[in-house]
Write a protein that binds this ligand. Sequence first.
Ligand SMILES: [Zn+2]
Length: 339
Amino acid sequence: MLPFKLIYSDAYYLPIGDHVFPAEKYRRVRDRLISTGVADATDFLEPQPATDQDILLVHKPEYVQKLKTGTLSPREEMEMEVPYSRDLADAFWLAAGGSILAARQCLTDRVSISIGGGFHHAFPDHGEGFCMIHDVAVAIRRLQRDDKIRTAMTLDCDVHQGNGTAAIFAGTRTASALLPSSSVSTVEQPANAPKGGRLPGKIRGAHAGDVYTISLHQHNNYPLFKPPSSIDVDLPDGCGDDDYLAWLDNAISSGLRQFEPDLLCYIAGADPYKEDQLGGLGLTIEGLRKRDDLVFRVARARSIPVMVTYAGGYAQNVEDTVTIHCNTVIAAKEVFAPA
Ligand SMILES: [Zn+2]
């Protein structure tokens, strides 16, 4: 039995037909975790869908109404890049409910993983990039409303920048002081940063309010327009394990010097993988596992509850995506094992 809960439902499946997003990955992750003995059936909790009231803590009433009545314009549906159906909307409401449950659960168990979610490209008034509802933002706002947390930090390690997250939490920023990390010159370059040839990685910083947002992503990738997160790390094409881990360590340290979150929301995208069809970074499966390990070790050392969502993963071989997502559970199991 795991020392924490996995949040999962068969209804996480996204009914989007033949699509680059492997909608069946959630069930395959669950099956693999059980068949390999990493988890057993008692480790899983089944979420309830978020309520409309929860969704409205983040999303605009007009947008929610369109989703409930199937009245998105063709342009809005095209921008979402998944075919609208009422069933698909239900799956996103459930993903948001799963993230709320994961956020609650980690407050007592130190960590919780939703085998789904991480729809970080959803904005208050529109969806894009396969994302309809921003489940992580809904979870943060719901726990704040319930007075379970005051502050949160999002740590987005999907290969694509968390534009929805940045936009949703930009409006709540208060202070305007820049971070020490706001210019490249004040940030220690990783010792092994590539010299010449490729573009160097860049770390950009801004201020934050009650939610602090960190995104590590490939610079030359979707979204074209990247609204500023509290910290953005723009990684060069082909960035490998060692450089990536150094940038990640640097970004987390910078963030936690500036901000003390009551909750860490780790968006553990599998798409920084070198064989991803929609990504251009160069991480190995082992490197991605070290990434997860680093995040969990920091959270444990600082006693920050951490909830995990899965976001993207488009490996040429879907089994690799499943392996990367399963490894996140294995890393948490090792780090949070009872002493
Ligand atoms: Zn992605």
